[in-house]
Design a protein around this ligand. Structure first.
Ligand SMILES: *Cc1c(COP(=O)(O)O)cnc(C)c1O
Length: 331
């Protein structure tokens, strides 16, 4: 494996399942659809950050850290998986989350607390500034903190998606299944960077189509290529990807990060009601909404075979009850 020489701790239940979505495919009158179930990685309700944290936490341990610090949105799946990874490895955990503490700790934030993380809100300041202070304060208290960036999307964490593409390729080979594209949510870009680096090295030909959650296509391409270059160097590969080679769709950012709109609501309902699969309001709901639109506009042909990479996020559903169902009067 390409990542064999990197330190890694096992946190996830891997490989995750891969299966077909025949009823959703029929409902859309569209291509054959398959799903890669990274909502089933197993770490305190799972998600794509589990794969990255296997490498980030190993690096923290290699450096002798006793405390994981990371940052994110209030409903950050990455923060919740980091809290779970810390618990599983006997490390302390401090999470720096945006804004003010909400009235009720729901969804991922509830789990952060249950998992024993200390939660600090950034208030009116940037998360990065507050995280810097937390690192300094933890050090002054005699702890050895390791700071994991947003989404674990550096060259350390992104290695998780190099291993993930190798896992997928093995499953496809075993099933003798040929796919045309892989479609997934792209936000802090480590997932896409890892997939791109592995695809280039392995000659994996399906298109890797990132649906931008909160960026322009140009931002996505530049950021993915940047992480990919550092990741390729870390693994010892000569070749990385150029921004032009990175595929991103930016027509689906809607009202902005974490704002649930009609397309996300429709995508969540379709996946739930046709396949019994729970998407999330922030990432996979938006990525599936993008896939549905690309199918309806025939940019993705009915004869294609598509793999949707379900990157997790299920707990955030429980913080979006009103937005998903409307006020109780309407139910
Ligand atoms: C973080 C996250 C993503 C995006 O992955 P990046 O590596 O940040 O681009 C997608 N889906 C879910 C559920 C996530 O939590």
């Amino acid at each position: 494996m390409l990542t064999d020489r990197l330190p890694r701790v096992r946190l996830g239940s891997l490989p995750t399942p891969l299966h077909e979505l025949p009823r959703l495919s029929r409902a859309l009158g569209g291509p054959r659809l398959f799903v890669k179930r990274d909502d089933q990685t197993g770490l305190a309700t799972g998600g794509n950050k589990t794969r990255k944290l296997e490498f980030s936490v190993a690096e923290a341990l290699r450096r002798g850290a006793d405390t994981l610090i990371t940052l994110g949105a209030v409903q950050s799946n990455h923060a919740r998986q980091t809290a779970a990874a810390a618990a599983a490895c006997g490390l302390r955990c401090v999470l720096v989350l945006s804004g003010q503490a909400p009235q009720v700790a729901a969804g991922n934030l509830l789990l952060d607390h249950l998992l024993g993380a200390r939660v600090v809100f950034s208030g009116g300041r940037t998360r990065e500034e507050v995280a810097g202070e937390v690192v300094a304060a933890q050090t002054a208290e005699g702890h050895r903190p390791y700071l994991i960036p947003v989404g674990a999307s550096d060259e350390v964490g992104a290695a998780g998606f190099v291993a993930a593409l190798e896992e997928l390729k093995g499953q496809l080979d075993e099933l003798r299944l040929r796919i045309d594209r892989v479609v997934f949510a792209s936000s802090s870009f480590g997932t896409q960077a890892g997939l791109c680096v592995a695809a280039k090295e392995l000659g994996f030909e399906p298109q890797l189509a990132g649906i931008a959650i909160d960026s322009t296509r140009a931002e996505l391409q530049a950021a993915v290529a940047g992480i990919a270059a550092r990741l390729a160097a870390r693994i010892g590969l000569d070749d990385s990807v150029t921004p032009e080679e990175v595929v991103g769709y930016d027509a689906y950012v809607g009202g902005g990060y974490a704002v649930l709109g009609p397309p996300e609501r429709e995508a969540i309902e379709l996946a739930a009601r046709h396949e019994g699969i729970l998407l999330d309001p922030v990432y996979t709901g938006r990525a599936m909404a993008g896939l549905i639109d690309l199918i309806r506009r025939r940019e993705i042909g009915a004869g294609e075979t598509i793999l949707f990479w379900h990157t997790g996020g299920t707990p955030a559903l429980f913080a979006y009850g009103e937005e998903l169902l409307g006020s109780p009067r309407n139910r």
